[in-house]
Design a binder for this molecule. Structure first.
Ligand SMILES: *[C@@H]1O[C@H](CO)[C@@H](O)[C@H](O)[C@H]1NC(C)=O
Ligand SMILES: *[C@@H]1O[C@H](CO)[C@@H](O)[C@H](O)[C@H]1NC(C)=O
Ligand SMILES: *[C@@H]1O[C@H](CO)[C@@H](O)[C@H](O)[C@H]1NC(C)=O
Ligand SMILES: *[C@@H]1O[C@H](CO)[C@@H](O)[C@H](O)[C@H]1NC(C)=O
Ligand SMILES: *[C@@H]1O[C@H](CO)[C@@H](O)[C@H](O)[C@H]1NC(C)=O
Ligand SMILES: *[C@@H]1O[C@H](CO)[C@@H](O)[C@H](O)[C@H]1NC(C)=O
Ligand SMILES: *[C@@H]1O[C@H](CO)[C@@H](O)[C@H](O)[C@H]1NC(C)=O
Ligand SMILES: *[C@@H]1O[C@H](CO)[C@@H](O)[C@H](O)[C@H]1NC(C)=O
Length: 506
């Protein structure tokens, strides 16, 4: 309650305005002080390959001081669609951002005219929140406008970069050369929160920070270079093991040459090193919230847009595949009412984030949102172990990227190969294909922990894994399932790929 009374405005006109707003808020929520909300969204950060290891402070200050989710998933393992899902609470087939290009809905016309005007920041602003964004927004964002709903906006032009970038800062393009982006984001957030305190604002705030780590080019801050020089990428049982067991793109991979393994190890180290600045950002923010006595009334969320693989099934380094490395994401939450050290088994998706945040803001969840609030699971975590109470069918959907322009002339082959993401550092191993298009149901129920996938390729390839028996997904059981089981999954996918709002959670 302290913050509420402290946060009075100094300018009389604004103060009156704030008071009216606050009073109406007070009436609506009958005396309850709306919490502040901070979301930290990292980029391409896996859990399976111990991607949280470099974030020791974050684990202490958020995870162990609150809740850690063991079963958090992205809805699409690719930056732009996943980020659009976080902002809208929708599956990609509904917000229609299906790849990282404008033509695939990434910061395209439909996004600007339909999704953005009703996205999370707008809904929070309507509840009286002051909203702040800094970092990577959508891959195709080029600073043409400040998206609606943000009080302060510092959005990165284009895809993740660590140096030499431009931000649209409250309507003005500002270019930086040698300022490490994660550090800049941290400083901007600190300034914002300090000003909120200094000006004694009565409104709660929503702060969303999207640092570039651990996305390529994985550049660590100079102070962290070499910290993990002695580490190698995790040798999972599938590391550099080609397999014919899977869909065409993965099935056609070969044993990787030693130079590529060395590159994978190097990237693994740099990814971890790039995350150390994020860890520092989190401790700086938590310390500031603590000093300003805001911590007890602030929810802090830490998550990533998708996971990552490094060497699994001889796939060098990327996301875009339906395996746990790529689809599982870290999710930590601390805040009012969340017991310290909660270990949460409930199955959640990034589409649940917006509904959950709206619950904290005591706002209505619009019916267009496909996700559901996981606030109840946070307040009353269930005992560990999967049983009926965790029953959930999550959709994972992906559209293989690629067109005639995605052919890389530095690599062998031709545009007609219908491949994409072929890079020389990966020995021209291509990480995406036009027919790498699929929908999966991540199936959790009593004694069941499975994934079932259908590919939209010429062979209608199926993949399924029993994650209880086979956590590294070495054996595709799709063709061993009983026909009735396969049929049921098929119908489930038909339902899920067309679902919207309520029908996504039947
Ligand atoms: C920022 O720069 C981009 C080009 O990179 C331009 O399209 C946009 O209009 C500029 N925004 C402003 C507010 O000047
Ligand atoms: C930024 O770009 C300039 C010009 O391309 C280059 O000389 C410089 O090394 C780059 N700075 C960093 C930190 O990468
Ligand atoms: C690749 O590395 C392995 C293990 O370090 C080694 O046994 C093998 O000889 C190397 N292959 C080549 C072609 O250098
Ligand atoms: C908050 O500050 C108090 C007083 O300085 C300190 O005892 C406590 O450990 C801090 N908590 C966190 C989470 O930083
Ligand atoms: C679910 O699991 C918990 C803990 O393992 C157990 O206490 C509970 O009885 C189980 N519920 C059902 C319906 O099996
Ligand atoms: C993105 O999706 C659009 C629409 O489906 C498609 O036209 C475009 O080629 C895709 N871009 C890439 C790089 O795959
Ligand atoms: C996927 O596309 C590649 C490249 O066009 C083609 O060679 C392959 O046969 C296709 N595979 C399936 C299963 O559709
Ligand atoms: C699919 O949707 C239909 C219509 O809503 C429903 O009756 C059916 O039970 C669903 N099937 C599965 C397997 O989810």
């Amino acid at each position: 309650m302290e913050n509420w009374f402290q946060r009075q405005h100094t300018s009389p006109a604004l103060r009156a305005l704030n008071l009216i707003l606050s009073l109406s808020l007070l009436c609506l929520v009958s005396g309850y002080v709306l919490p502040n909300i901070v979301v930290i969204l990292s980029d391409d950060q896996d859990v399976e390959l111990h991607g949280m290891f470099p974030l020791q402070e974050t684990m202490d200050l958020i995870g162990r001081a609150g809740a850690q989710f063991n079963n958090a998933y992205t809805s699409t393992p690719l930056c732009c669609p996943a980020r659009a899902s976080i902002l809208t609470g929708q599956y990609a087939h509904n917000h229609r951002t299906t790849n990282n290009s404008i033509s695939g809905g990434c910061n395209g016309q439909l996004w600007k005219t339909r999704s953005e005007p009703r996205a999370l920041p707008v809904l929070l602003a309507e509840r009286g929140y002051r909203t702040f964004y800094a970092g990577k927004y959508l891959n195709e964002f080029r600073g043409e406008h400040v998206p609606p709903g943000w009080t302060e906006f510092h959005g990165l032009h284009g895809n993740s970069r660590y140096y030499n970038y431009t931000l649209l800062q409250n309507g003005r393009n500002v270019s930086y050369t040698d300022t490490y982006l994660t550090d800049l984001i941290s400083d901007l957030a600190v300034d914002f929160i300090q000003q909120e305190v200094q000006w004694k604002r009565m409104n709660p705030f929503f702060v969303m920070l999207a640092p570039p780590a651990a996305h390529a080019p994985y550049t660590p801050a100079p102070r962290h270079e070499g910290t993990f020089a002695k580490w190698k990428a995790l040798r999972t049982p599938s590391f550099n093991v080609p397999t014919k067991d899977k869909h065409w793109l993965v099935g056609s991979s070969k044993v990787l040459p030693n130079e590529t393994i060395a590159t994978i190890d190097k990237y693994f180290q740099k990814r971890w090193e790039s995350l150390l600045a994020v860890d520092e950002m989190v401790s700086t923010l938590v310390a500031l919230l603590n000093e300003t006595q805001l911590l007890d009334n602030t929810y802090i969320v830490y998550t990533s847009d998708n996971g990552y693989h490094l060497g699994q099934f001889s796939q060098p380094f990327d996301k875009r595949q339906p395996y746990e490395t790529d689809i599982r994401v870290p999710l930590l939450v601390r805040g009012p009412g969340i017991a310290k050290g909660s270990d949460i088994q409930s199955v959640v998706s990034l589409i649940d984030l917006a509904p959950t945040i709206l619950t904290w803001a005591n706002a209505l969840i619009p019916s267009y949102m496909d996700g559901q609030s996981f606030n109840e699971n946070l307040l009353k975590p269930l005992p560990s172990g999967i049983n009926e109470t965790y029953k959930r069918h999550l959709l994972i959907e992906y559209w293989g990227e690629g067109n005639y322009k995605t052919y890389n002339p530095e690599c062998p082959g031709s545009p007609k190969d219908r491949l994409a993401q072929c890079t020389t550092d990966a020995d021209c191993h291509c990480q995406d294909a036009w027919n790498n298009t699929y929908a999966c149901v991540r199936d959790f129920q009593y004694k069941v922990d499975r994934i079932y996938c259908e590919f939209r390729d010429t062979e209608n390839t199926l993949e399924a894994y029993d994650l209880k028996e086979d956590p590294y997904q070495m054996k595709n059981i799709a063709y061993d399932l009983l026909p009735i089981e396969r049929a049921l999954y098929g119908i489930m996918l038909q339902n899920l790929t067309k679902c919207s709002g309520h029908s996504c959670n039947l």
